[in-house]
Design a protein around this ligand. Structure first.
Ligand SMILES: Cc1ncc(C[n+]2csc(CCOP(=O)(O)OP(=O)(O)O)c2C)c(N)n1
Length: 988
């Protein structure tokens, strides 16, 4: 067989198998023939099957049978039959590629030049001829794109902020097609001749073919149509990723055979080259091909300046066509399908709402409205225009007051997205048509007038970015204006942050992250109350001290609880690694004898920092008891004493010394919301005998308190709401954005120095591990911890940002990490040396127990009751997804109920609660972490790992004679007196 003949045969098979994509496969074949290693594994296997591993075609017969079923399997027999039948013999034969053929053509048609069509281009001829076997018809529809355009902008702003690729019109239109197919599933059916009988084939999955136009190196173009499998099952975010993946693999030449198999419906976009409408060919095997035309103003308006058209309520539009297999789809169905796409693109059926929710965009999409431009309303013109202007001012005010509610402050993106009508332009009778109209702004962002689009842009940058600001509860006009100006400076027109500061922030993030990792590997299982998830606190404190020095603050007194305390000691206060590692080695550093007997995460420290500007700042971290927030007033007292001493020594005024000594309190979110002493301390802040010139409060907000979620831990929206009481400004900061934290810190410190008042920075992050390092958090927060697992950590996010910005490269980041680890290792080596020389800490004598004098009552219950309760607490309801780690605990409960294991304390307690309920007593268990139990012992509430739903087995027990008897359990806020008083009142 001549070589050319062999190639032609393979080409036929390829054409049959790959239809429109045959050109691409031909290129791969040529590449494989030059060197098999140049193509991907799946293609190698295919070509070896097709041609034989030696490339001589010796296994052609086998290959033909092997390749054909693939085509059948992909989209039904349709991919096979017509192409096979209609390969035209005229395109083959001896004249193909022969110079003689050219001559023949030249003879018959003088003054024209005929070039034989060969290879890839010939495949196109064949495919097109094959497509003639499909009887098609086409429907077309014009759709205005104003709303699509506006919502796409919002989507892309959001995607851009998260470093994701943008969404094109085609992405959104393709997604609308998929949603429309939910209502018109028959548009995805296939036609097939089965046993000589024409048949309609129902296809469950939608494999959406995407036409991709590729420009080759030689400037020629080729068209590929790979598909996205099961595209109808994807949410928008996954669809976007799948679409981009197929396109980038097409560009890189990495498409697999499977990418071309089984296309059911496809989308082509000749609009990119300006085509307004087209009727593409439908390849056999597919039900419909949708073509989108150019997005432009209707031709009849093209002489009007584009700026004027939206004023007239005229939108750009696009023509969308559906070319369908008329054997199984009728014109009315195709027309109805396009009408539905039209509705979707105009925002009906919650189309954009679903996309916004899927992408976690924290506000509602824009909606389609009829335009009622006051300019064209005759006599009412002035009146209408004034109303509209007044409503714009209302909108501006609403953003200042409530913009924080839609700020992007949660790194886990787990907070429920709530609709806030006050932040929706429609509430103010404004529509998408007003976006490009001018309004008076009242000085917003330094402007006098601006379009509604610009107004919204300023408001969203100021109040709805990575920082949500609450300041409108402040009555002082001066303070409000001052704050507004700072917000403009830092968030609306921000000046870039100096590269040296960026590097320093990164260094501190690395230090924070590596400190925890180091302790985790070197002292596995020891409690350290890691800061992971809120590492941004460390660069924030570091920069706060720097700026404090610049502002003339000489002394900072700090108070904080367990969370991140060791990290703060090591990376903020001073060089305490050797001391910390010595205590992890089970010893006491001789320079810190007071550490003996105290737990590591309660120890105090003093340090001195020389700032980059050459200023000295003394830093004192007060020792801390376990009792949360008890240290708050202590720190205020310490600062006041420092200030009083300074007044005496330097003969300065109180105002002056207040500016030189700063109290700085770090809080847990649950403790700040729950502990009454927080309110008491805030209340002292402006009193003559107690004031200290304003405290900087920083909440290490990991969105959890031990096992208690915010919904159980407080009634207020934010954990910081108590601080509104004293009119402190409150900033909620996304902990994934250390630069936002840095900018906010500048405002906060300047505010404190200027107005001598408290200010709150609520840094929202998460808790990477359990409450301590031995605790399992997914028992109680399964859904939250799925998100935590997926989070890469702020250090990685910020390092990537700086690499993107060119501030540092990957090698530079690695060097910093290595350097940090080396320093921790050196400190540990020194600590080991110290510990080797010191005696280890002894264990305390056991306490002698004494009888407490209470009387013993008879409380026995029968073995049957025990069995019943044991069964209740060890068998989960059907369909409940139990945390796998709980399985053995429930099995133990069952064994205890059967008497096969001795009862433990928690089991006995459950029997106590359950038997009381069965006897008709109402049992109410309330307090911090009551459901699971502080020591992970009780598990009176279990959580479904997939839905997060709570199930409390004992709550289902009822007494036949007194069904009011029951067991209830509640996690409380982090309060002792409040909850105790409540329960006392409940019980009397
Ligand atoms: C006054 C007081 N009540 C209860 C406790 C027990 N306890 C220690 S940490 C903690 C949870 C604290 O949560 P949060 O304030 O959010 O800080 P986090 O540990 O999450 O950083 C509880 C209930 C305590 N130490 N002090």
């Amino acid at each position: 067989m001549a070589e050319e003949q062999i190639t032609t045969d393979f080409s036929e098979i390829i054409a049959e198998n790959f239809g429109a994509n045959a050109t691409y496969v031909e290129t791969l074949l040529a590449r494989w023939q030059s060197n098999p290693a140049l193509v991907d594994e799946s293609w190698r296997a295919y070509f070896e099957e097709l041609i034989g591993s030696n490339g001589d075609g010796s296994r052609t017969a086998k290959a033909e049978t092997a390749a054909t079923p693939q085509a059948e399997g992909d989209s039904g027999a349709v991919a096979k039959a017509p192409a096979q039948k209609s390969v035209p013999p005229a395109g083959r034969g001896p004249q193909t590629g022969s110079p003689a053929g050219v001559q023949v053509a030249a003879e018959s048609k003088p003054r024209t030049e005929a070039t034989p069509i060969r290879g890839a281009a010939l495949k196109i001829v064949e495919n097109m001829e094959a497509s003639l076997a499909v009887p098609t018809a086409t429907s077309q529809r014009r759709i205005p794109v104003k709303l699509l355009d506006e919502n796409r902008r919002l989507i892309n702003r959001h995607l851009g902020e998260r470093g994701r690729h943008k969404a094109s019109y085609t992405h959104l239109i393709a997604f609308a097609l998929l949603r429309a197919l939910d209502n018109f599933p028959q548009m995805n059916d296939g036609f097939e001749v089965i046993d000589g009988q024409p048949s309609r084939v129902k296809r469950e999955s939608v494999n959406l073919g995407i036409a991709i136009d590729l420009e080759k190196k030689d400037g020629t173009r080729s068209l590929l149509v790979p598909n996205i499998k099961d595209a109808n099952t994807l949410g928008f975010s996954d669809f976007l990723a799948a679409y981009d993946d197929v396109v980038s693999r097409a560009r890189e030449g990495k498409l697999q055979i499977s990418d071309f198999q089984g296309t059911t419906i496809s989308l082509t976009n000749p609009g990119t080259i300006g085509t307004v409408a087209s009727t593409p060919r439908l390849m056999s095997g597919q039900s419909v091909i949708i073509a989108t035309g150019a997005i432009e103003y209707p031709a009849e308006y093209q002489s009007i300046a584009p700026a004027i058209l939206p004023q007239l309520g005229i939108s750009k539009a696009l023509t969308i066509s559906s070319t369908y297999d008329h054997r199984i789809i009728q014109g009315a169905e195709s027309g109805g399908f396009l009408a539905h796409v039209h509705e979707l693109l105009l925002g009906k059926h919650k189309f954009y709402g679903e996309i916004f929710a899927d992408l976690e965009i924290p506000h509602a999409p824009l909606r389609w409205n009829v335009d009622r431009n006051p300019l064209f309303l005759g006599a009412d013109q002035m009146h209408e225009q004034s109303i509209r202007q007044a409503r714009v001012m209302e909108l501006i005010n609403a953003y200042r007051v409530r913009g924080h509610l839609i700020a992007d402050i949660d790194p886990l993106h787990a907070l429920p997205l709530l609709y806030h009508p006050e932040l929706d332009i429609e509430t103010y009778s404004l529509t998408i048509w007003d976006l490009d109209r001018l309004f008076i702004t009242g000085g917003l962002g330094g402007t006098e007038t601006a379009t509604l689009r610009e107004i919204l842009d300023i408001l969203q940058r100021a109040y709805c970015g990575k920082v949500g600001t609450e300041y409108r509860h402040i009555q002082s006009k001066e303070e409000k204006l001052w704050l507004r100006e700072q917000i403009r400076r830092e968030f609306v027109d921000p000046k870039p942050i100096d590269a040296e500061i960026k590097k320093r922030i990164l260094w501190k993030l690395i230090s924070a992250e590596q400190f925890e990792r180091f302790l985790n590997t070197k002292y596995l299982g020891q409690k350290r109350f890691s800061i992971e998830g809120c590492e941004t606190i460390i660069p924030l404190l570091d920069q706060l001290i720097e700026r404090a020095g610049d502002l003339g603050i000489e002394d900072i007194t700090m108070g904080m609880a367990h969370r991140g305390r060791l990290n703060v000691l090591a990376n903020v206060i001073g060089h305490f690694c050797e001391r910390i590692f010595t205590s992890f080695e089970g010893s006491v550093h001789p320079a810190f004898p007071a550490d003996e007997g105290d737990v590591k995460y309660h120890q105090g420290a003093k340090g001195e920092r020389e700032t980059a500007g050459g200023k000295k700042v003394q830093i004192t971290l007060s020792p801390n008891p376990s009792h949360l927030e008890a240290v708050d007033p202590v720190v205020e007292g310490m600062t006041r004493a420092t200030q009083d001493t300074a007044m005496d020594e330097s003969n300065s005024s109180r105002e002056d010394v207040m500016k030189r000594a700063l109290p700085l309190l770090l809080h847990g979110d649950a403790a700040f919301a729950g502990q009454g002493i927080v309110m008491e301390t805030l209340q002292l802040a402006q009193l003559r005998g107690y004031r200290t010139g304003g405290t900087i409060h920083i909440i290490i907000n990991n969105q959890i308190g031990f096992t208690t979620s915010p919904e159980e831990g407080r009634s207020s929206i934010y954990s910081t709401d108590v601080a509104r009481m004293t009119q402190a400004p409150i900033f909620h900061i996304n902990g994934d954005d250390p630069e936002a934290a840095f900018r906010t810190m500048r405002i906060a410190l300047d505010y404190r120095q200027q107005f001598r008042k408290d200010v709150v920075l609520d840094v929202v992050g998460f808790r990477r591990l359990g409450h301590n390092e031995t605790d399992e958090p997914s028992y109680t927060q399964p859904l939250m911890y799925q998100r935590v697992k997926e989070h890469t950590g702020v250090r990685t996010i910020y390092a990537r940002q700086l690499v993107r910005e060119g501030v540092i490269d990957d090698a530079g980041v690695k060097e910093l990490i290595d350097e940090r680890i080396r320093r921790y290792e050196d400190a540990q080596a020194r600590a080991k040396e110290v510990a080797g020389k010191q005696k280890s800490i002894g264990t305390a004598e056991p306490v002698i127990s004494e009888l407490d004098g209470s009387q013993v009552a008879e409380t026995a219950v029968s073995a049957d009751v025990i069995k019943k309760i044991a069964h209740q607490i060890s068998v989960v309801p059907e369909g409940f997804h139990l945390n796998p780690k709980m399985v053995s605990q429930l099995a133990r409960r069952a064994k205890m109920g059967e008497g096969a294991l001795p009862m433990d304390w928690a089991f006995a307690e459950a029997i106590g609660f359950g038997s009381l309920a069965l006897e008709g007593t109402r049992v109410r268990l309330s307090g911090q972490d009551s459901g699971r139990g502080t020591f992970s012992q009780r598990h009176a509430v279990l959580y479904d790992t997939q839905t997060g739903q709570a199930w409390s087995p004992l709550a289902e027990l009822r007494a036949a004679e007194n069904p009011r008897g029951r067991f209830e359990v509640f996690d409380s806020s982090l309060s002792e007196p409040g909850v105790l008083g409540f329960e006392y009142g409940y019980s009397v």
